[in-house]
Design a protein around this ligand. Sequence first.
Ligand code: 6GU
Length: 245
Amino acid sequence: MEIGILTIFPGIFDSPLGESIIKRARQKGLVDFTIINIRDFAKDIHKTCDDAPYGGGPGMVMKIEPIYNAMEYLEKEKGRRPKYILLTPQGRILNDEMAARLARQSFICLICGRYEGIDERILHFVDEEVSIGDYVLSGGEFPALVLIDAILRHIPGVLGNSESIKEESLNENLLEYPQYTRPQVFMGMEVPAPLLSGNHEEIRKWRRKEAIRKTILKRPDLMGQFKPTEEDLILIREIMEEILE
Ligand code: 6GU
């Protein structure tokens, strides 16, 4: 997958894209980044990327020409048009389904605006607007990194075997079951007995039940989408009785 990034702060991307899973994905040739400094495409002597809003008011607005010029450059360089995604708090809120869908694209370009906004005419040139949640961030750079991480996890080969197993339970709309490692007792807190039993069926059932319990207690909103099996229904009844005890 090719990912273009248009930003006035290219330095923000250096370390996050050069570590861990994303670094490994690049080394394997599974993803290639082209980071473009929008400022390089401002044509005036001062390299102006923002200006006062028409109609007055506070703050500055990102100009459209430098962004448009950067888009043209990217397309000429790569010989094709990417799917353009604008990171903005006005976009659709990112979820894993969206990330999986974008992972099937071969070329995307993320446009990072500053919070105060971009000239509205940018919308004529972008395919999608994405937000990462209902809170204010000063720019689209961190959201772009969040989106990249979420997307890459859906590209075959990016995750090792032991990493990708985790995906499945999340897809089912359940939180992960609780995990423990040594020591067996820490400050008097013991690892739950079923995990020490060596009985695979007992361990599987305990994990399933605790994943459901965690979801009910911490993210009850997810339970609406959860499709319980016959066994799950029995576990849910047990959990409810334990909660009401
Ligand atoms: Cl994509 N951009 C900004 N500036 N703030 C955000 C956001 C994006 N998503 C949530 N808050």
